[in-house]
Design a protein around this ligand. Structure first.
Ligand SMILES: Cc1cc2nc3c(=O)[nH]c(=O)nc-3n(C[C@H](O)[C@H](O)[C@H](O)COP(=O)(O)O)c2cc1C
Length: 347
């Protein structure tokens, strides 16, 4: 496989994202999962046997309400990572998204770094990924490339503007409407770490996608990653004041009465975070950086153990909170920190 500027970028994203997770240096903005505590509820007639963590979403029944979020593909080393993620998704029976396939549409030599996920996970639920500017033909091609069951379209204005080589014009809304109408598979509209406020959420809700992934802060930060890549200091944007955390975006969606199912990504590191996100109204939860860091540190077996740990813990947390189904968690009483309560009043 050739080294193109795009495949070098994919390698740098991977190594920098892993480095920042390992150092624990992802910038933290606004409310975190620790700003929410679970209030003990009344005694419930419930047993662990009755708890069903499965969810219906994207016209599919998922055994688990969490999955591996979009990260990579587009180079030789990212092909290995995609292959490992896909094999682990297959054995743990969770869904998985690939990183943006745009690179493989431009250079078909890179397609095998995405195709490997279907090869390693022939029966799993796989999610394609492209930017929101791609025409419907590209959506069809990306879906075909991995025989995808759904597609994510990322709306990453913040990330593009921090990249020296990134886009500078964003006429996306009509295109998103067209894709939602014509896509062969359910469409998820997704942020990549800056979160979503009420106005954006309402605008996207009106398009009726299959789901909205609020992609909030406090996990992987593309502002941090692109700043580290910008060695010549060509594009020194300071985005530390821009964006909402995952928790804040979820509360914004709840307050705005968004009807489209919400997926929560951004800084999810444990089954406890998954539980809190479901409590705040998420229909499903996904994690990128933490799973990647675990894979790089502990290999495929380590990632498998981590996912299995979540699969053991989540039903126990649901039992603790009297929730037989993930949606029941929305009824669980919670305590918000003073800072978070203050932010909520401003949505
Ligand atoms: C190495 C890396 C590459 C990523 N590439 C993409 C991408 O191509 N498309 C996309 O929609 N999101 C991409 N993301 C964003 C993630 O899907 C996710 O929204 C974000 O990392 C926040 O989740 P986290 O805090 O669990 O990492 C990438 C994340 C990482 C870590």
């Amino acid at each position: 496989m050739m080294h193109t500027p795009q495949s070098n970028r994919k390698n740098e994203h991977l190594s920098l994202a892993t480095k920042f997770w390992r150092e624990g240096s992802n910038p933290q903005v606004g409310a975190t999962f620790d700003d929410i505590r679970w209030i003990p509820g009344p005694l419930q007639d419930i047993s662990l046997d009755e708890v069903q963590p499965s969810v219906q979403l994207l016209s599919h029944d998922f055994d688990w309400p969490f999955y591996i979020e979009a990260m990579t593909g587009g180079s030789e080393s990212t092909k290995r990572v995609n292959g490992d993620l896909a094999s682990t998704a297959a054995v743990t029976n969770i869904a998985m998204a690939v990183g943006s396939q745009s690179v493989a549409l431009k250079d078909p030599n890179q397609a095998d770094s995405f195709e490997v996920v279907r090869k390693n996970n022939p029966n799993g639920f796989l999610i394609a990924n492209l930017g929101a500017d791609h025409p419907i033909e590209n959506v069809r091609a990306a879906v075909n490339m991995i025989d995808a069951n759904a597609i994510e379209l990322h709306t990453n204005v913040g990330q593009e503007l921090t990249m020296a080589e990134g886009d500078r014009s964003f006429y996306w809304l009509d295109n998103l409407a067209t894709i939602i109408a014509k896509s062969p598979v359910p469409v998820i509209i997704k942020e990549v770490g800056f979160g979503m406020g009420p106005d954006l959420l309402k605008q996207l809700d009106a398009l009726h996608p299959a789901a909205i992934n609020i992609g909030g802060g406090n996990g992987t930060s593309f502002a941090q990653i692109e700043q580290a890549r910008d060695r010549k200091n060509e594009n020194p944007l300071d985005l530390s004041s821009f964006g909402l955390s995952t928790v804040e975006s979820l509360l914004a969606a709840e307050k705005a009465g968004i009807e489209t199912p919400i997926i929560a990504t951004g800084g999810i590191q444990s089954a406890k975070d998954v539980t809190t996100a479901l409590m705040l109204g998420a229909s499903a939860v996904s994690s990128a950086g933490h799973f990647l860091d675990t894979l790089m540190r502990d290999g495929r077996a380590g990632l498998q153990s981590e996912i299995e740990l979540w699969q053991q813990q989540l039903p126990l947390y649901m039992t603790l909170l009297g929730a037989k189904k993930p949606n029941d968690l929305r009824e669980a009483k919670r305590l918000y920190s003073a800072d978070l309560k203050n932010s909520m009043q401003q949505f």
